[in-house]
Design a protein around this ligand. Structure first.
Ligand code: ATP
Ligand code: MG
Length: 274
């Protein structure tokens, strides 16, 4: 059931602690004559971090877009906690899903705190956050949102930047703001698209710690991580799905995937084996 409130709140902490259960079942996407996804099936079990990797053009972004609702599959279905999921990008929050896109997508005219609060709205417009901070109403939701944003700012080490505007921040800090914005709605499923893109070694290590903390933080969640950075995926994921030419060629724990000859053959053998 959709929850028609501005901020998705778990109905019970026990439900939320385990995170959402996403099933991708027989999904196919064709672009003209090109098959980008071919009968793709896998699950993101409650409370797990599932990585999606694969060589260039394998279909990772297409799969991410299907789960976000940007791309309609020609076949197959998605289930969230056993119910059909027909995602609509701006309504994901209502189903307890939050996504972080490859670009930062921060609002330049808003502070870090305001940007994080804006992540709790269904809208992609900055209007809500400006409105929120201009109002003296102090109603319970608004106060809660501010408190949650402040807690995330502390958690993610953004305290020194709370009042800063995104253009003044180092890139790695902006990425953390974008992640905080993803978490403000207390999602039960987080979808991350290339979160390590553009980050240096130390920042990737820090990101890895953050991702592994997601299932157990706050009210808990499951994570689908689409990422080029194989070392990060191997480090943080409970299970990994490997795509090649739109098909799932391997699916298992990092150790299973690392030792799978089909993966070594299809996917940058040296890097996977290292
Ligand atoms: N909108 C589109 N129109 C036509 N073809 C597309 C479209 N989007 C993706 N494709 C094709 O579908 C295939 C899968 O692309 P996709 O972007 O999902 O791969 P990817 O695994 O994300 O690749 P990369 O690692 O380069 O990001 C590719 O052959 C790509 O050229
Ligand atoms: Mg891609």
């Amino acid at each position: 059931m959709n929850v028609e409130t501005p901020v998705t709140r778990p109905t019970s902490r026990d439900d939320a602690r385990s995170g959402a259960h996403l099933v991708v079942d027989g999904v196919a996407v064709r672009f003209g004559g090109l098959t980008a996804l071919d009968s793709v099936s896998f699950e993101v079990p409650p409370g797990q971090v599932v990585g999606v990797i694969g060589p260039n053009g394998a279909g990772k972004t297409t799969l991410f877009n299907v789960v976000c609702g940007f791309t309609r599959p020609q076949a197959g279905r998605l289930l969230l906690d056993g119910s059909p999921l027909r995602p609509v990008p701006h309504q994901l929050t209502r189903r307890g899903i939050s996504r972080s896109l490859q670009g930062l997508g921060l609002f330049p005219g808003l502070s870090v705190l305001e940007n994080i609060v804006a992540g709790a709205t269904h809208s992609t417009r900055a209007g809500f956050a400006s409105h929120l901070f201009a109002l003296p109403r102090g109603d319970r939701d608004e106060r809660e949102l501010r408190e949650r944003a402040e807690a995330l700012i502390d958690d993610l080490g953004l305290g020194a930047h709370a009042g800063a505007h995104p253009s003044t921040l180092p890139y790695a800090v902006s990425k953390r703001v974008a992640l905080a914005r993803t978490l403000i709605s207390e999602p039960r499923l987080v979808l991350l698209d290339e979160p390590a893109g553009g980050l240096g070694h130390d920042d990737i290590l820090e990101l890895g710690r953050l991702i592994t903390s997601l299932p157990s933080r706050g009210s808990g969640c499951s994570v689908m991580l689409v990422e080029h950075h194989v070392d990060l995926v191997m480090e943080v994921c409970d299970r990994i799905v490997v795509l090649d030419f739109g098909k799932v060629i391997a699916h298992g724990t990092p150790a299973e995937v690392r030792n799978d000859p089909a993966v070594a053959e299809a996917y940058l053998g040296a890097e996977v084996a290292s």
